[in-house]
Design a binder for this molecule. Structure first.
Ligand SMILES: C[S@@+](CC[C@H](N)C(=O)[O-])C[C@H]1O[C@@H](n2cnc3c(N)ncnc32)[C@H](O)[C@@H]1O
Length: 256
């Protein structure tokens, strides 16, 4: 088995294994995860007009975007893609709207989509895979359409501290956390992402996400989240906010 196939299998096995408990574990009952996941979903949807749009959700997982759209939008089409059938089986997404596999190897009900989402997924993509997925997005997005993607931020202090702590976690084994798994996870700088973009995809907007710092987000979630929200209000996008953010969200539009 190639290294790439092995990585994909390990990621799929990880999510299949954790799928039954995923929604409960990362739901609204945990202060930190509520902040992390719902800030991301809010930022990724708040200024988007969904009316009559065709939406493709790559790495749909347990369907948080689908649930949001059901409650708040009137889309024309929604298609979910994930390598983990187990994750999508825990979602409310109708079976016929679920596709299992790599996004660039599947047959779709629509020739093109107006909105393509990739939330919390690039962490499992090496740069080669990122490039393949970007090329796919460029080919599948309608002209004037928007792709909305998140990346784990290499420049973030939170990520630097998580990386340091993942080595003892790996030595101790038994951890259920993504960073302690045998498969690799990837972080990116904004510059690296922009350099990988194919012609025709242009950055429109950037939002830095999650301003808690590891491990305080988990051990002191209430105060950490309160400080994080204050940081988001006070700092504008720039190097300081970047260094205080674990992720960034980028809006790309297709210009031709
Ligand atoms: C952290 S979850 C995010 C789920 C969802 N997008 C959300 O925001 O709640 C990551 C998801 O990406 C999926 N995934 C990982 N690698 C993938 C790939 N190469 N293609 C499609 N999905 C992938 C995983 O199976 C998992 O369901």
């Amino acid at each position: 088995m190639s290294k790439e196939a092995q990585q994909e299998q390990q990621v799929r096995d990880f999510f299949d294994k954790h799928a039954p408990a995923y929604k409960t574990k990362y739901g609204r009952t945990d202060t930190f995860y509520e902040y992390f996941f719902y800030e991301r979903l809010h930022a990724a949807t708040k200024e988007i007009n969904f009316a009559k749009k065709r939406v493709l959700d790559i790495g749909a997982g347990t369907g948080s975007l689908y649930d949001f759209l059901q409650m708040n939008a009137d889309v024309q089409e929604y298609t979910a893609v994930d390598i983990s059938a187990g994750m999508m089986s825990q979602s409310n997404i109708p079976r016929q709207q679920q596709l299992v596999g790599r996004c660039y190897e599947l047959d779709y009900p629509c020739d093109e989509y107006d909105l393509i989402y990739l939330l919390g997924v690039t962490t499992y993509f090496d740069p080669k895979e990122c490039k393949r997925v970007f090329d796919f997005i460029q080919s599948k997005l309608s002209t004037g359409g928007m792709a909305i993607l998140t990346f784990t931020n290499t420049a973030g202090l939170d990520i630097k501290l998580r990386k340091l702590s993942s080595y003892p976690a790996k030595l101790l084994k038994g951890s259920e956390k993504v960073m302690a798994q045998d498969f690799k996870t990837y972080t990116y700088t904004l510059k690296e992402v922009l350099q990988m973009l194919p012609e025709g995809l242009e950055k429109r907007r950037l939002i830095y996400l999650n301003h808690t710092i590891f491990p305080f987000g988990k051990i002191l979630p209430g105060p950490s989240v309160a400080v994080a929200k204050r940081i988001a209000k006070r700092l504008s996008n720039g190097p300081l906010l970047s260094s205080l953010s674990s992720d960034f969200l980028i809006f790309l539009s297709k210009v031709n």
